[in-house]
Design a protein around this ligand. Structure first.
Ligand SMILES: Cc1cc2nc3c(=O)[nH]c(=O)nc-3n(C[C@H](O)[C@H](O)[C@H](O)COP(=O)(O)O)c2cc1C
Length: 341
């Protein structure tokens, strides 16, 4: 069932038609006509989970568990290695239930090698033992724990109980040897949820907000008799989620921006708003399925080039200078965040 569902997720993702808005267009950056640096000096590298990566982009969690997923994971891992950027595997629950499914995840570490960053992935219901096993399968540098109540409710066979997830995450944070990244799957993290996560020791949050992959629609395509389309606009847009979590001003908290990140401006604006890294799933999967490895490499190559152009045009030579740029919040986003900028 789970193996079949993995394939359906990818096929249904490609069939979705609802277009959300992560609201990055309501973030305005200043053009700098006196950048005072040379293009070749622009440096996009940074340290993530104690390793150097060349660009602040994670190939975010997508899949694993069957042959179809293994082929996708192999290609994604080749792309991650080519650019020296981190990659997260999809939920490893399937590998905990079926040893045959392990290789479709392990192959990611085999391809990326020990120098690259690879992230494990499980749900908020996972036990400490399961988390340790998921980390071991791919020798992970960190583990993503996903929160997905909207997705589960849209699945006929999905979870209906979401009790004790926070204390469960606290146990995982206390017992595993690698950093824990708590992430949504496209509905955003509110300020209150971020506070509660921080309170139990979580120091990495991927807001994975509304505006990109829409799991209400992806799941609804599996059971069309139960029309959920009136809920497809549910969720906290990524830019709003980022601003609200950043506003907490927690020194030790690293924020990751994902959910509808596609363009160079989305990447740069995410970092200016306070993210340390961005994550992309849907857009990379689309390029991979439609055009294969070469096409995906071209997309990321051009994304990096355009990010460097924007860095130059804002006068930011590196990622830390980018984080300190001034910006304005406009339009509906400004109303939503009640932001005095
Ligand atoms: C086909 C597909 C499968 C996914 N599977 C997982 C998963 O197993 N675990 C997880 O944490 N997120 C999963 N996600 C969610 C993404 O990691 C990400 O949070 C979400 O898609 C929003 O980012 P995007 O708009 O760039 O796709 C999946 C996304 C897609 C498109």
């Amino acid at each position: 069932m789970r193996k079949y569902r993995k394939r359906e997720h990818i096929e249904n993702y490609l069939r979705t038609t609802f277009v959300g808005d992560p609201m990055f267009s309501d973030v305005f950056l200043y053009h700098n006509s006196l950048p005072e640096c040379d293009f070749h000096e622009i440096d996009t590298s940074l340290t993530f989970l104690n390793k150097t990566v060349n660009f602040p982009l994670i190939i975010n969690a997508i899949t694993g568990g069957n042959e179809f997923s293994e082929d996708i994971n192999k290609s994604l891992a080749e792309v991650a290695k080519h650019f020296n950027i981190p990659m997260a595997v999809g939920s490893e629950t399937i590998a905990l239930e079926d040893a045959d499914a392990c290789e479709s995840f392990a192959v990611v570490r085999e391809i990326i090698g020990d120098d690259g960053v690879v992230l494990a992935n499980l749900s908020g219901h996972a036990t400490v033992e399961e988390a340790k096993k998921a980390i071991e399968i791919i020798k992970a540098d960190g583990i993503q724990i996903h929160l997905n109540p909207a997705q589960e409710l849209a699945m006929e066979e999905g979870d209906r109980s979401f009790k004790n997830v926070l204390s469960n995450i606290e146990n995982i944070v206390n017992e595993v040897d690698v950093p824990v990244i708590v992430k949504e799957v496209g509905f955003g993290i509110s300020q209150d949820v971020a506070k509660r996560l921080y309170g139990v020791g979580v120091r990495n949050i991927d807001v994975s907000g509304f505006g990109g992959t829409n799991f209400l629609e992806v799941e609804n395509l599996r059971s069309p008799d139960n029309d959920l389309s009136e809920l497809y606009s549910w969720g906290i847009p990524t830019a709003m989620s980022l601003i609200e979590v950043k506003e907490l001003n927690y020194d030790e908290l690293d924020i990751i921006s994902s959910g509808g990140v596609k363009s160079s401006l989305d990447v740069i604006k995410s970092i200016v708003l306070g993210a340390s890294m961005v994550g992309i799933s849907g857009e990379i999967l689309t390029y991979l399925v439609h055009g294969g490895y070469e096409y995906t490499v071209q997309y990321i190559d051009s994304l990096i080039y355009k990010c460097k152009m924007i860095m130059m045009l804002t006068g930011a030579k590196n990622i830390s200078e980018l984080k300190n740029l001034d910006y304005k919040v406009t339009g509906r986003l400004r109303e939503l965040v009640d932001y005095d900028k």
